[in-house]
Design a protein around this ligand. Structure first.
Ligand code: APR
Ligand code: PHB
Length: 391
């Protein structure tokens, strides 16, 4: 098989890249190791920056997001038993985010790819990438017991943190930056109405908590938990009791509980690989960087990467190599600013084992300053809605 761009990974990055390339008239094939159902079963964050919403529109898959997504102009910070609203829309001159689950983004992209009759190979085994710094870049995989090879001009590594693409780069050619956090997030999905209309980020001495949602009838909650915790350690009742402990009294009173329809534990890390290009291999999304979910930047960074990459490939076929030559540096400037924001927000809102009494007072003082200062709240607001894309 031959194509212009071989995309490894059918998560949000790979699917959105494929959709944008199709719109630009560039041929691409996606190779995914899991089944479509498995990809859709993964529950992830659901806060879209305007730049991400715009890219979904550009890819022709924004209709359901506009119909079902929830525009949010603010968030609430809860600490010391009270909540403080950050008026994001007012502080950013009218910008907002859209609450729309990543699962739905993935579903919309998968549907569009199927309607367009584009090739996605699911349940591909033994995927490997070859000669990406040579003259004949290729992707090999086994499907249904038969080995296949895709000859291509470019390989897009959209295969996430545990993928094969970054792992195929010689260690001398790549520099890794990482911070692993000493706690995890326990997430619960329930068919219950959200506590409030907007998200509530809570700092509590027992640990961080987040109240989010997927729709007016479906809620998503997170509790900071130990790295040693297992989902089986947390009954639904134990989850709801702990969440009530961490919420302010009014929010705790408003909490509607119900049976969990999904429960999972995820560790938190900050991670960046530099550069993001190796000859004909380009990394995008979680394959190149990971952020702690506190700032809801993971999906948005994946989208901005592939927005730049799709434009760069289209420009190449139109005769300019400027886009592919500057892809890595342009992505990394935005990635590192999102890494900083996500690290800062995580450090401010979570309990750290080595945080002594002084560290507790520093977190409390920063929160008190944050909600009392227009300047400080503006910094939070403009990072939360997403920094401008650099074209
Ligand atoms: N071969 C083929 N596919 C692979 C391989 C491989 N060797 N390894 C991983 N994959 C697939 C995974 O099964 C997954 O479907 O690549 C896809 C990567 O998708 P994500 O991990 O979702 O990463 P990305 O598309 O960059 O999206 C980032 O997803 O994980 C969340 O929080 C993250 O919101 C962020 C977003
Ligand atoms: C979610 O809804 O899953 C979510 C929202 C905001 C975050 C993280 C997760 O910061």
């Amino acid at each position: 098989m031959r194509t212009q761009v071989a995309i490894v990974g059918a998560g949000p990055a790979g699917l959105l890249l494929g959709a944008l390339l199709h719109r630009a008239g560039v041929d691409a094939v996606i190779v995914e190791r899991r089944s479509a159902d498995y990809v859709l079963s993964r529950i992830r964050a659901g806060v879209l920056e305007q730049t991400t919403a715009d890219l979904l529109d550009e890819a022709g898959v924004g209709a359901r997001m506009h119909a079902e997504g929830l525009p949010h102009g603010g968030i609430e910070l809860s600490f010391g038993g009270t909540r403080h609203r950050i008026d994001i829309q007012q502080l950013t001159g009218g910008k907002h985010v859209t609450v729309y689950g990543q699962t739905e983004v993935t579903r919309d992209l998968m549907h569009a790819r199927e309607v367009d009759g584009l090739t996605t190979v699911y349940e591909a085994e033994g995927v490997s990438v070859h000669d990406f710094d040579g003259a004949r870049p290729r992707v090999r995989y086994q499907h249904g017991g038969v080995w296949h090879e895709i000859e291509c001009d470019f390989i897009a590594g959209c295969d996430g943190f545990h993928g094969v693409c970054r792992a195929s780069v010689p260690t001398a050619a790549i520099q890794l930056f990482e911070r692993v956090y000493p706690f995890a997030w326990l997430g619960l999905l329930s068919e219950t109405p959200p506590v409030r209309e907007e998200l509530i980020y809570t700092r509590h001495e027992r640990g961080f908590a987040l109240c989010s949602m997927r729709s007016p009838t479906r809620s998503r909650y997170y509790l900071q938990c130990s790295l040693d915790d297992k989902v089986a350690d947390w009954s639904d009742d134990a989850f709801w009791d702990e969440l009530r402990h961490r919420l302010d009294p009014e929010a705790a009173e408003s909490l509607v509980t119900g049976p969990s329809i999904e429960k999972s534990i995820a560790p938190l890390r900050s991670f960046v690989a530099e550069p993001m290009r190796f000859g004909c291999l380009f990394l995008a999304g979680d394959a190149a960087h990971i952020v702690p979910p506190t700032g809801a930047k993971g999906l948005n960074l994946a989208a901005s990467d592939v927005g730049l990459l799709a434009r760069a490939f289209a420009e190449f076929y139109a005769g300019s190599e400027q886009g592919i030559a500057t892809y890595s540096e342009r992505c990394l400037r935005r990635v590192w600013k999102a890494e900083r924001f996500s690290w800062w927000f995580t450090s401010l809102m979570h309990q750290f084992p080595d945080n002594n009494a002084f560290g507790q007072r520093m977190q409390q003082a920063e929160l008190a300053y944050l909600v009392g200062s227009v300047a400080a709240s503006t910094v939070l607001a403009e990072n939360y809605v997403g920094l401008p894309l650099e074209h």
